[in-house]
Each structure stands twice: as C-alpha cells, then as structure tokens.
Design a protein around this ligand. Structure first.
Ligand code: ZN
Length: 331
C-alpha cells in the first residue's frame, strides 16, 4: 500500500489541507482503509489514456462536484502520467471515488497493486464540498498514478516509492501544462531540504520518518537525475530510466527486487548512477549541499515562496531538460 503519509503533511496521502488530524486519527484511518472494497458503487465510467483503460467507480455519498468534473480531473492526471512515461504505466487501472460527508478540503489517496483483476487500484477519499478549483491545483491523483509505475517494494524501500512519486508528480503535471516550470522548481527549492538526514538518521532504508521517506526519496531522484544528465551530456535522464522500467512491465502489480529496477534503469541511460547511489544512500546518511546545487541549476528564492530561474546558470540546460518550460507533445 502506497502513501502512509501525505507528501506535505502528516496525513495519509493527503492533499494540502488546513486540517491536520492528530496522530491517533491517522492511525485509525490506516486501519479503516482495509475495509473499502465492500463499499456500494453507484456509478461507473471508463476512459482510455496512454494505451490503458481506466475505470472510475463512484461509491455512494453526496458530492458537490459532478461526475463529469471528477472524470476530467482523473483524466488530466492520467494524461500527465502517460505523457511523462510515454504511456500509462499499467494496462488497466481502477479508481474508486469515496465521498467524505461534510468535509470541504480533503483529497486523500491510497494505491494498491493487483487487486480484483486490476494491475492498479486507487481509492480517493474526497470531501463532499471539494471544489473545482481544488481539483485544478490537486497533486494527489497524479501522485497516485505515478505509484502504478514501479513494482511493489518491501517496507524498508518505501522511500523509493514515495520519493519517486513526490519527484515525478510536479514534473509530470508540468509536462501537460498543468503546472509551470517555476512552480516545479519553487516546490523543490522550498521543500527538498525536508529530505536531508537529521542528527542520528541512518541510511534511507533504515530511517522511516516522513521527511526522509518523501523528500529524502525525492532528493535521491533529483540527485540521480542531475548525475545521469551530467554523465551523458544531458542526452539521458531519470525519465529514460523510469520509462524503461515501465516498458519492461515493471508496474505496481509486480513484486520485483529493487536491484532489478535499478539495473533496468541504468541500462537505459548507459550509466551506473542508480545502482551506485542506492548502495550508498540506502545504507548511510548522505547529506546534499542543496544551496550549491540549486545555485548551479539557476534556481533562486523569490517572494511568496516563488523562484527566479537564471538562463545563464551552469546547469540551466539540465534544469530545462528536467522540467521543460513548454508542454510536451501529446498523443
Ligand atoms: Zn504516495
């Protein structure tokens, strides 16, 4: 099961929300997730995206949003992920929309592999009064679909699952024009430090805190992406490695060892970046000089949690390759 916590709060795969439940409430929510399959489905719609069929089931309960609004949101999220990976990561996916009565701002997601004949199943607990604007800014649905693009890993490698989803999600949304390049870098600049090892932390496999799981994993991905691009003169990047994993059938319904995933990725880029970085980062705390990295990338802080992007920075071309400033071709 992916997403024990949210990316930016201590909620279960929660969206940005003003309400943060106590740790006790979080634990109770985790338990209640196991019982969702018996819910009464009142409507079903399907659509095709990136070679996949995506079935959306609406569970009983009131929502302010129309089913058409929700399908448009899920489709846009699937489209971003299919664009990033070159196809939707699995052949079939199911999304269950489960209304939360009275709630106005929760969008919580959880994704499982290989349930009921579907390679990927995502349950979204959606507040009754969530608005269309909230869906427009939402990251959760895209994050959940990214989880479908990696085999199911053991608990001590959970950081790889969440880190990858945290890193890929904004880039995928930018790829279809749902997020600007500046917003991608603003988020990385202002949040990535949460992934740095704190005093007493060990390797990523042995430090299962929120910061290390989500942003430590994302920092691994950013460093891997930059390293691959430096070594290949920007001809290859982490995206090529991840696409190769999907092309090899490595979706969430598979139970592969991570070493196989990393080897496929390294072969695709002609480097050993992923295997070598994993050997170090999984076992030991590896601090990163993020201020120096962002300076090289030409990303500087601006007011209101924004950024300025320097076109003349030493790694400006690599920055543009990671999060292109224009929407990619769509098919
Ligand atoms: Zn997640």
């Amino acid at each position: 099961m992916k997403c024990l916590w949210g990316r930016t709060t201590l909620l279960i795969c929660a969206s940005l929300t003003l309400l943060r439940p106590s740790p006790t409430a979080t634990a109770q929510d985790q338990i209640s997730h196991h019982g969702w399959r018996g819910e009464r489905i009142v409507a079903t719609q399907s659509f095709s995206e990136g070679g996949a069929t995506i079935q959306v089931d609406f569970a009983a309960g009131d929502l302010d949003l129309s089913q058409a609004d929700l399908i448009a949101w899920i489709h846009a999220s699937a489209h971003s992920v299919a664009t990033f990976y070159g196809r939707f990561p699995v052949s079939r996916a199911r999304v269950v929309i489960d209304p939360v009565p009275g709630d106005s701002d929760s969008i919580h997601g959880t994704t499982w592999g290989g349930v009921g004949g579907f390679p990927a199943v995502t349950r979204i607990r959606l507040g009754q009064h969530v608005t269309k604007d909230a869906l427009k800014d939402d990251w959760v649905m895209t994050h959940e679909f990214v989880h479908s693009a990696l085999p199911d890993l053991p608990d001590d490698q959970h950081w790889m699952e969440e880190g990858l989803a945290t890193y890929v999600e904004p880039i995928a949304r930018a790829a279809t024009g749902r997020l600007t390049e500046s917003r991608v870098w603003a988020e990385f600049l202002h949040e990535m430090h949460n992934g740095e090892p704190e005093h007493g932390d060990r390797g990523l496999n042995e430090t299962q805190t929120w910061g290390r799981t989500y942003w430590g994993g994302a920092m691994f991905c950013l460093m891997a992406d930059v390293s691959i691009r430096r070594q290949t003169n920007d001809r290859k990047g982490l995206q090529d490695a991840l696409r190769a994993v999907v092309e090899s059938g490595g979706g969430i319904d598979k139970d592969w060892p991570l070493s196989r995933v990393l080897q496929i990725g390294d072969r695709a880029t002609g480097t050993t970046v992923l295997t070598e970085m994993y050997a170090k980062w999984s076992e030991k705390p590896v601090p990163v000089d993020l201020p120096a990295l962002f300076k090289e990338l030409g990303v500087a802080a601006a007011p209101n949690n924004g950024v300025t992007l320097d076109p003349k920075a030493p790694l400006a071309a690599i920055r543009d390759s990671i999060a292109p400033s224009r929407a990619l071709a769509v098919n």
